[in-house]
Design a protein around this ligand. Structure first.
Ligand code: 5GP
Length: 142
């Protein structure tokens, strides 16, 4: 995936936005959607995406960048509270050279606990019932 690639309408997050693929959503508004990462690097791993078709930061408008950060800023304390996390990592990858695997712009919110190593990127599928329970805790903490 090159930074200059055209937007792929069939990428998994585009399908989630069109409700062609399921997701466990924790928040949505006019411009953004946030849902549980299916292969969390730590319990409580949330993704925030813009509704617009943007592959990476180079093709995201400033307004949509602000919208994603506003939602991230709203959700960060909710994730922190729900997971009782002493640390939080925000991450955002652009292009496969940077490790991006899904070509729709997204922000990762990953709770961090000292001594609990993060899993590798996209390594292990989460238990869906467990993800749903965590999502309820996050929603309740917003
Ligand atoms: P990237 O590698 O592009 O920064 O992150 C993509 C993220 O999307 C990974 O953390 C991966 O676990 C997650 N992911 C991949 N496919 C799906 C999916 O079908 N549903 C959800 N909820 N997350 C996904």
């Amino acid at each position: 995936m090159q930074l200059t690639d055209a937007y792929d309408q069939q990428n998994i997050f585009a399908k989630i936005l069109r409700d062609e693929m399921p997701s466990i959503r924790v928040f949505e508004d006019e411009t953004t959607v946030a849902f549980m990462d299916i292969m969390p690097q730590a319990p409580g791993h949330v993704l925030v995406i813009p509704r617009v078709a943007a592959t990476n930061v180079l093709t995201l408008s400033a307004d949509d960048a602000r919208a994603v950060m506003t939602t991230t800023h709203l959700l960060a304390p909710a994730v922190q509270k729900a997971m009782e996390a002493p640390g939080l990592m925000l991450a955002q990858l652009n292009g496969s050279a940077a490790g991006q695997t899904v070509p729709h712009f997204h922000m990762h919110i990953i709770p961090r606990h000292k001594g609990l190593e993060m899993l590798g990127h996209g390594t292990e599928m989460a238990d869906i019932d467990e993800l749903a329970k965590i999502a309820t805790r996050i929603r309740d903490a917003i």
